[in-house]
Design a protein around this ligand. Structure first.
Ligand code: ADE
Ligand code: ZN
Length: 337
């Protein structure tokens, strides 16, 4: 029976978002509002003109705009407002737990102290459970196209704030910047009791995924779609059930994949990989967490049971305590029952 035009959309599955750059949630409206507040002139006439610039040939062409637009983020209030805006959207998308990346070097390079960034984000995240029903974690990423020394200096600058961090990560331009470059800073992070994740196998080769596993000792791989080119690597990831935080709409917008209908997600699930679906930089890539779930459902013909598996995987892969994990898994099982 066709649903009536006024029928409410079904409630989204409860899910964890594990691959989300807070700077990539900066919507054009907020960018202009912050620019006005901080007396900054943006080189776009208005929000629509900025949106028209969201057409990317590859990861680097996206990163150029992503870093340029961060100019509007200057004060603790700016970072708190950015995080609040994300949390409000995430709640609507069924997100119950969010592990949020930030890029301190992109801010300290502009003269914004790391404490301003972390305190601003933490102010929003500390109240997130009560205000939005979302538990949160913070993951500090190192920019892999900056030097190993810069990553080490960033880690030392973050030491007074480590209690606010759950993990370190590795992002930015991948090709030519293998994980092995960051062996030392990841060892320090592990010694300090932090979890480790790294972008690998997005544009870079399977060898970078091997390095992230064997040299950085990561707990999860971000993206990882190119693992499918290496059978032995897939076997390793399956055997160890290493989670992969896949970002389908991002992969299409950054031309890692030509067409969503050709995305390897079904093959990855069939291979036994612990795959999750995430939004990466939702303001730039056309959708938040549930938008990604719906897009893969429609383009790849995934049924509700597979979507439920993806939601379950997101909690299995999250840095949660076991009681919270079990509670979320029960909520997924009960959804729509
Ligand atoms: N920083 C923000 N989004 C990214 C992505 N998709 N890959 C690498 N670095 C990023
Ligand atoms: Zn990413």
């Amino acid at each position: 029976m066709p649903s009536s035009p006024s029928a409410p959309a079904p409630a989204p599955l409860p899910k964890a978002e594990l691959h989300l750059h807070i700077e990539g949630t900066l919507e054009p409206e907020l960018a202009f509002a912050l620019a006005r507040r901080n007396g900054i002139e943006l080189p776009y006439a208005d929000e629509d003109a900025l949106r028209r610039a969201y057409s990317f040939a590859d990861l680097q062409s996206f990163l150029n705009l992503y870093y340029a637009l961060m100019a509007v983020l200057r004060t603790e209030d700016d970072f708190a407002d950015l995080a609040h805006a994300y949390l409000a959207r995430a709640k609507e998308q069924g997100v119950r737990h969010a592990e949020i990346f930030f890029d301190p070097q992109a801010h300290t390079a502009r003269g914004v102290p790391i404490g301003t960034v972390i305190d601003g984000l933490a102010r929003a995240l500390d109240g997130a459970e009560e205000a939005y029903g979302i538990s949160t974690r913070l993951i500090m990423c190192f920019l892999r196209d900056e030097s190993a020394e810069s990553a080490l200096a960033t880690f030392e600058a973050a030491r007074p704030h480590l209690h606010r961090l759950t993990a370190v990560g590795l992002d930015s331009a991948e090709v030519g910047h293998p994980p092995s470059k960051f062996r030392e800073v990841f060892a320090l992070a592990r010694e300090a009791g932090l979890k480790c994740v790294a972008h690998a196998g997005e544009e870079g080769p399977p060898a970078y995924v091997w390095e992230a596993l064997d040299i950085l000792g990561v707990d999860r791989i971000d993206h990882g779609v190119r693992c499918m080119e290496d059978e032995q690597l897939v076997a390793r990831l399956v055997a160890d059930q290493v989670p992969l935080t896949v970002c389908p709409l991002s992969n299409v917008r950054l031309r890692v994949i030509d067409d969503l209908a050709d995305h390897p997600l079904p093959a990855m699930l069939d291979a036994g990989l612990l795959v999750t679906v995430n939004s990466d930089d939702p303001s730039y890539f056309g959708g938040y967490a549930e938008d990604n779930f719906r897009a893969v459902r429609d383009a790849l013909g995934l049924d509700q049971e597979i979507l439920r598996t993806l939601a379950r995987n997101s909690f299995r892969a999250a840095f949660l305590d076991e009681a919270a994990r079990a509670r979320h898994l029960r909520d997924v099982d009960a959804h729509g029952a």
